[in-house]
Design a protein around this ligand. Structure first.
Ligand code: SIN
Ligand code: FE2
Length: 220
């Protein structure tokens, strides 16, 4: 890419409205969740009352800095034995809280806006980042149906999202994500590497400086 093209692209990454193509099949929808944000935050509070945030342990034995919970028929979990989707919350032994219909509709609308019609998520992973929390470069590869996209909604404090390629060593874009932004990736970039840089202190008073991220998935 010629340097001037790259600069133009990076300016576009910093816009406050509109859409930015990140990779084939991957698009940033700036502010797409703003009108629904209050309802999404209310929904998260109700889910967390029944399935509290917890710091999962990786198969390698590390405690994740991001705290997680889920809603939907399936929830993503990690422990010493590996990563998987489970119908039950291992903390309570109960099914995960149901996915609110408003969440389901919002995810389907976002996917359609990115060109993926008919998205019907059965899992929503909810991540909570406090200052210092990060998510290392990884791929979302535990969902068997690679034809279905990931819909990711950012709420609260801003963060830098890394979006790479099919190989871990591929160059990553640094995408600033703010309250109300939505990223959808599917098709050719469905298994691309991505992550979140450590959350900064005092980033935003919205949600008391925390960042909440919802990722909607078709996991069965
Ligand atoms: C994820 O990769 O599951 C979450 C990404 C994010 O927090 O924006
Ligand atoms: Fe992910």
């Amino acid at each position: 890419m010629r340097p001037e093209t790259r600069d133009l692209f990076e300016d576009r990454l910093d816009t406050t409205v509109g859409r930015v193509a990140l990779a084939p099949g991957a698009v940033l929808l700036r502010g797409h969740a703003l009108a629904d944000a209050a309802q999404l935050v209310d929904g998260v509070e109700q889910i967390v009352a029944r399935a509290p945030f917890r710091h999962l342990v990786t198969p390698g034995g590390f405690r994740m800095t991001v705290a997680m919970t889920n809603c939907g028929e399936l929830g993503w979990v990690s422990d010493r034995s590996g990563y998987r989707y489970d119908r039950l919350d291992p903390e309570s032994g109960q099914p995960w809280p149901a996915m609110p219909p408003t969440f389901r509709r919002f995810a389907a609308r976002s996917a359609a806006a990115a060109g993926f019609e008919g998205f019907a998520p059965d899992a929503c992973l909810i991540n909570r980042y406090r200052p210092g929390a990060k998510l290392s470069l990884h791929r979302d590869a535990d969902e068997p149906d690679g034809s279905q996209p990931i819909v990711s909604v950012s709420l609260g404090a801003p963060a830098i999202f890394l979006f790479g390629g099919a190989k871990r060593a591929d160059k990553t874009l640094r995408v600033p994500l703010r309250h109300g932004d939505v990223v959808v990736w599917g098709g050719p970039s469905r298994r691309y590497f991505h992550g979140i840089l450590p959350l900064k202190e005092g980033g935003s008073p919205v949600l008391g400086g925390e960042r909440i991220n919802l990722t909607f998935r078709k996991a069965a």
